[in-house]
Design a protein. Structure first.
Ligand SMILES: *[C@@H]1O[C@H](CO)[C@@H](O)[C@H](O)[C@H]1NC(C)=O
Ligand SMILES: *[C@@H]1O[C@H](CO)[C@@H](O)[C@H](O)[C@H]1NC(C)=O
Ligand SMILES: *[C@@H]1O[C@H](CO)[C@@H](O)[C@H](O)[C@H]1NC(C)=O
Ligand SMILES: *[C@@H]1O[C@H](CO)[C@@H](O)[C@H](O)[C@H]1NC(C)=O
Ligand SMILES: *[C@@H]1O[C@H](CO)[C@@H](O)[C@H](O)[C@H]1NC(C)=O
Length: 848
């Protein structure tokens, strides 16, 4: 009975609810549309507001202060002088300010820029050091994962944070990975440590009203996505585009259903948790970022975007973007590009250092980005400097790492400029930001100084930015004289005819180097043409110590290389695999590299015997300087194999190799970064009479005295920290985080060292890397700096100085210099080449 009554009551209540909701949905629909239907009609919109207060101000206790007498380079690259008032984590006034009772910091004319913005990062999702089980960038269980969100994998305590913001980078767009086509939602963060270790508190849009939130999305297209070989993945570009179209078609159908429902609601509002993000893209609510490279991939993506009527906000990586200017203009899009990346895969083969300049000349907004940690995020400014060196005007080089990436993120109403109403993210530099080696002196994020101004030096900055200018040199005969050599770094030991007192004139007779010396020492016919360099630099042959130079064209294309000898048990020789032509050697030669020491390809234990050879020679006979240089071994994680499963077994094998007296005339080169392994090598060295060299050595500075005592030299490759792996996680972040640089520690301890690289496509930065090292060592002069990439290498490997040399129009240890002449074995091999030609399409494969 009671049960019956309860049932009746339930029935009655249910009936009333049904009737009421029916009345509501039918008669009130016109006046009270479903809130979702209202939202569907709204797009997020922003405008710059000088009275805006940074929403993140609630996170940090803050002080008011004035930065006085600054040289302000704004996000548009324009320079002015003035003062800045910072209040409530926000820039509130800029100009000539006169306030009493506000804390004032006198900058004495130092350069300021907005905090740098990197719109392509994997911060926190690929935290460093990268470990097998902390890699969270790609959810590659399906090519279609639009419902993934990078926020769910960002570790706010990624140890790289300090190094990033110390180098002036204050905002990142953290994208999902590129193994998925529809990869997922991205999140903008400040590189500002959360007081409570919460990623939420790192979000750029922390405390922003829900209806004002910007959302970002990542699509990836091209080689990565078809190359995975994973189940359910496409294996061709056709398959990739079908995957995209199918998913957008499903989203499009859902959108139509939703719109119909909003016209005439019946049943529940149609949604699908897996498709909602794509529907939002179709509604124009997400900022779409596409990873791709090839010209025809741009075309495919625009074709798909047009078919489904959405807009691509920016193309990332985009190394071939300079070839499809018309398409980019029609789609009204922007480009976030690498300044200096090439050589990895076919889709990176058309890369040119001229791309940022060409895009800018064609009014395509161009951002420079890193892909952190694939490329070290702390180097963002360095890449802008490189783009400037190759012709991107200085104003645009600054905007490429401030306002343009901010615009790409639709955040240019709050970051990327030093203006009232903008977040107080400001970097104080010790010099013009486009000068090589410029460092931060203070970094302010959300109005909070990261260094408490204790790094500020009282001296005002000096240098101006330098850009390469292609001097015209007309050499019509192969007999001529070069004058105006202002600086020489040649050593007296060369077997060339060199005046020991002065080297201001170079006489070339029928392509042969006849004499280098003063005008009185070198006699020449007064009729020969003269090339006056005015501020020329002459240097000995620069040696690349780097994997794969001369053995490989594209990293990911096995058919372009000698191959990997890891499964072959005999000792192989790099000289037998040399490939003397191709783009790699040409690019390195144009950058002023004369010769290379290369070991056989691989990161396995017994690599084989390296060779030294000259670049720009046509035959093995003329190219090879030393057939055998050293026997190479890798000791570490990458060398673990079924037969040598442990580091200890690798060390035993090395000890046996030495005990058997194999290749007694050659030094042993051990590839490692790791301090524990270096300590093992020091120990080994004490019991054997054999020259041992460490290659890699990022943790060597931690055992500098021990290395010096054991007389073990080091090729630092590269010398600056990458901290990618467990084995180099203790590499020094150097200044401004450390008082003393790793190279200074090694130098002070008396360790013999030189500078190499760990990838062939970094080798053309050799001069700048050496220069940065030289600047980081107390009292180091330019000769010692040049020695780091020439003389020291010869000494470490016990090689004779070659008869190669290079002549530059300016100081190649700074930006702005161009190679003028290069000589191989005393013979002219290159005259003022364009640093890099703009080569189109099939032209790339010429001569290969
Ligand atoms: C800081 O901003 C908040 C709003 O976010 C406001 O309530 C507060 O008054 C501001 N403080 C100052 C000193 O302007
Ligand atoms: C700003 O600093 C520079 C460099 O120290 C100095 O020459 C100049 O007089 C200063 N200007 C003002 C307005 O203080
Ligand atoms: C070099 O040669 C080019 C073309 O032959 C000519 O236009 C240019 O004026 C020459 N430059 C100099 C500095 O002689
Ligand atoms: C070369 O020799 C000259 C004179 O003998 C000497 O002054 C100079 O220091 C030497 N240079 C180097 C780099 O050894
Ligand atoms: C040549 O070098 C000297 C010192 O190394 C320097 O003072 C001078 O300005 C240089 N000449 C030119 C034209 O740059």
């Amino acid at each position: 009975m009671i049960l019956e009554t309860k049932k009746r009551v339930i029935y009655a209540v249910t009936a009333v609810i049904l009737i009421v909701s029916l009345i509501f949905t039918t008669s009130f629909n016109q006046t009270f549309p479903h809130p979702q239907c209202v939202l569907n009609q709204k797009r997020p919109s922003f405008k710059q507001d000088p009275l805006r207060i940074n929403e993140r101000n609630v996170l940090f206790p803050h002080e008011e202060f004035i930065l006085k007498n600054a040289t302000i380079i704004d996000g548009d690259g324009k320079i002015s002088s003035g003062d800045i008032l910072i209040k409530n984590s926000t820039i509130t006034e800029v100009g000539n300010l006169n306030y009493d009772n506000i804390k004032t910091i006198d900058l004495q004319g130092k350069y300021l820029t907005p905090g740098l913005v990197d719109c392509h990062s994997h911060f926190g999702t690929r935290a460093q050091p990268q470990l097998k089980f902390t890699e969270d960038t790609n959810e590659y269980t399906s090519p279609v994962t639009p419902f993934m969100r990078s926020i769910d994998a960002i570790n706010p305590r990624d140890p790289k944070l300090a190094s990033l913001n110390a180098n002036g980078v204050t905002s990142h767009l953290v994208l999902t990975g590129s193994k998925n086509l529809l990869s997922g939602e991205s999140y903008g963060i400040k590189l500002h440590r959360s007081p409570n270790n919460l990623v939420e508190e790192m979000l750029l849009q922390y405390n922003v009203q829900a209806d004002k939130l910007v959302r970002w999305f990542k699509i990836a297209y091209g080689e990565n996505e078809k190359a995975s070989g994973l189940p359910g993945y496409p294996v061709s570009r056709m398959g990739e585009s079908w995957v995209l179209r199918k998913a957008f078609e499903q989203a499009s159908s859902l959108k139509i259903k939703q719109d119909k429902w909003c016209q005439k609601p019946q049943g529940d509002y149609p949604t699908d948790y897996e498709l909602d993000t794509l529907v939002d893209i179709l509604r124009g609510d997400l900022n779409v970022n596409v990873h791709l490279y090839e010209t025809y991939d741009f075309e495919t993506l625009v074709r798909i975007a047009n078919e489904f009527e959405f807009h691509i906000g920016s193309f990332h990586h985009a190394l071939s973007s300079w070839e499809v200017i018309k398409l980019l203009k029609e789609h009204q899009t922007s480009v976030a590009i690498f300044a200096d990346e090439w050589g990895g895969k076919k889709e990176q083969y058309e890369a040119t250092v001229n791309a940022p300049r060409i895009l800018a000349e064609n009014h395509i907004p161009v951002a420079i980005k890193t892909d952190h940690p694939a490329f070290p995020g702390q180097d963002l400014l360095y890449y802008a400097q490189i783009a400037h060196n190759f012709g991107l005007p200085s104003e645009m080089a600054i905007s490429a790492v401030t306002s343009v990436p901010a615009k790409i993120m639709s955040m240019n109403h709050r970051i990327g400029y030093i203006r009232p109403g903008y977040d107080a993210d400001i970097v104080v530099w010790d010099n013009h930001p486009l000068v090589l080696g410029t460092k931060t002196q203070e970094v302010i994020i959300d109005g909070i100084p990261m260094f408490q101004f204790d790094k500020l030096k009282p001296t005002p900055p000096s240098s101006k930015a330098m850009q390469r200018v292609s001097s015209e040199i007309n050499v019509t005969s192969d007999s001529f004289v070069i004058t105006g050599i202002n600086s020489s770094f040649l050593r007296n030991s060369t077997s060339l005819n060199i005046d020991p007192q002065s080297q201001e004139v170079v006489v070339v007779d029928q392509g042969e180097l006849k004499c280098i010396g003063s005008a009185t020492y070198c006699t020449f016919d007064s009729n020969v043409p003269v090339v006056n360099l005015e501020n020329g630099y002459i240097l000995p042959g620069i040696t690349a110590v780097s994997p794969d130079v001369g053995l490989r064209e594209m990293m990911n294309e096995p058919s372009t290389s000698d191959g990997d000898g890891s499964t072959y048990s005999q000792i192989i020789h790099a000289k037998d695999g040399l490939i003397l032509d191709g783009l790699v050697l040409e690019r390195l030669q144009n950058a002023g590299v004369s010769q290379a020491i290369t070991a056989p390809i691989g990161t396995h234990f017994q690599r084989g015997v390296s060779t030294r050879f000259s670049l720009g020679e046509k035959t093995l006979d003329t190219s090879i300087l030393d057939e055998e240089v050293a026997v190479h071994f890798t000791i570490g994680d990458s060398a673990k194999s079924p037969t040598l499963p442990t580091i200890s077994s690798q060390l035993k094998e090395l000890r046996d190799f030495i005990a058997q007296g194999k290749y007694p005339h050659l030094p042993i080169a051990v590839h490692t970064h790791s301090k524990p392994v270096i300590l093992q090598i020091i120990n080994l060295k004490q019991s054997v009479n054999r020259k041992i060299i460490i290659i890699g050595g990022q943790e060597a500075y931690l055992v500098a005295d021990e290395l010096s005592q054991a007389e073990i030299p080091v090729i630092l490759a590269p010398w600056r920290c990458t901290a990618k792996r467990w084995e180099n996680r203790r590499c020094s972040p150097n200044t401004p985080l450390m008082e003393e640089s790793s190279v200074n520690i090694l130098h002070r301890a008396g360790v013999k060292f030189a500078i190499g690289q760990d990838q062939f496509n970094s080798v053309r930065r050799t001069f700048w890397e050496a220069s940065l090292a030289g600047k980081a060592i107390d009292g180091f002069d330019l000769q010692q700096t040049v020695d780091l990439i020439s003389h020291n290498v010869d000494e470490i490997f016990g090689l004779q100085e070659s008869k190669n040399l290079v002549v530059f129009d300016h100081n190649p240890l700074e930006f702005g210099a161009t190679l003028a002449f290069s000589f191989s074995n005393g013979r002219l091999v290159k005259v003022f080449p364009e640093y890099e030609e703009e080569i189109k399409g099939d032209g790339l494969f010429r001569g290969i």
